[in-house]
Ligand binder design. Structure first.
Ligand code: PGA
Length: 258
């Protein structure tokens, strides 16, 4: 089953967020059981969205700290997210790496904290334009994933969920040059990177976990290009920013992945 995650980033007023959360859940009722849908909502709105107790869309955070609690002003923990009916969180989105100093080490520790609390972690990786031009895509992906796993002490047993076909850990491949730029990778470029990621996961976590672990593509995914990505062997879904903001258009995009 494919998995589509919307990322609302730092957009929407409170009223817009609550209305759109309700609309998206209404609009996707008919897709229940056919596709997984989640939205990473801005942190100040998580609690109210959770209290609406809607389905089928599952609630995601855009970030969380690696400690369960502590003197970390401005942060929130995975343990806190468990009280909000959150399914999980994005980790180390490229905007976090670019503007807030996140690195592979903190990414691994944040991921580990989510898994330890029984939540889903979507670890974001991807090369920038210079790295792609220099032919370093595989090297960058290897470093990002292996260093994160080492820092967080992440092993196959940590990824186990109640559903063996849907492990707690996922990877989002988001080439930095394709995010918010309108310039997506081609399906061939994306599949090549996803195959590399699958191989790294096999080497680090073993074959049975690696083959079920969702690897999502992100970076200027829209209603026009989404099907080309979903047809690729190693692409299990998409992480969608700009095109997830409007519920009806996002539902049309989701429908195309069923
Ligand atoms: P975009 O964002 O779809 O607007 O490129 C993707 C993301 O940042 O996750």
């Amino acid at each position: 089953m494919k998995w589509i995650i919307g990322n609302w980033k730092m957009f929407k007023t409170r009223t817009e967020a609550l209305n759109d959360w309700k609309s998206l859940n209404d609009l996707t009722q008919a897709l229940k059981g056919k596709i997984r849908v989640s939205v990473a909502v801005p942190a100040p709105y998580l609690s109210e969205c959770a209290q609406m107790r809607l389905n089928p869309v599952t609630l995601f955070s855009q970030n969380c700290h690696f400690a369960d609690q502590g003197a970390y002003t401005g942060e929130w923990s995975a343990r806190m997210l468990t009280h909000l009916n959150c399914a999980g969180s994005l980790v180390a989105h490229s905007e976090r790496r670019q503007y807030f100093g996140e690195n592979n080490g903190s990414a691994g520790k944040r991921t580990a904290s989510l898994l330890r609390n029984g939540l889903r972690a979507v670890l974001c990786v991807g090369e920038n334009w210079n790295e792609r031009q220099a032919g370093r895509v595989d090297a960058v992906l290897n470093a990002q994933i292996r260093e994160a796993f080492a820092a967080g002490g992440i092993a196959a047993k940590d990824c186990v969920s109640a559903d063996p076909a849907f492990p707690l850990l996922s990877i989002a491949y988001e080439p930095v040059w394709a995010i918010g730029t309108g310039k997506s990778a081609t399906a061939v470029e994306a599949q090549a990177a996803h195959a590399t990621i699958r191989k790294i996961l096999q080497d680090t976590l073993g074959k049975s976990v690696a083959q079920n672990l969702p690897v999502l593509y992100g970076g200027s995914v829209n209603g026009q290009n989404v099907t080309s990505f979903m047809q690729c062997a190693d692409i299990d879904g998409a992480l969608v920013g700009g095109a997830s903001l409007e519920p009806k258009a996002f539902t049309d995009l989701i429908q195309k992945c069923v």
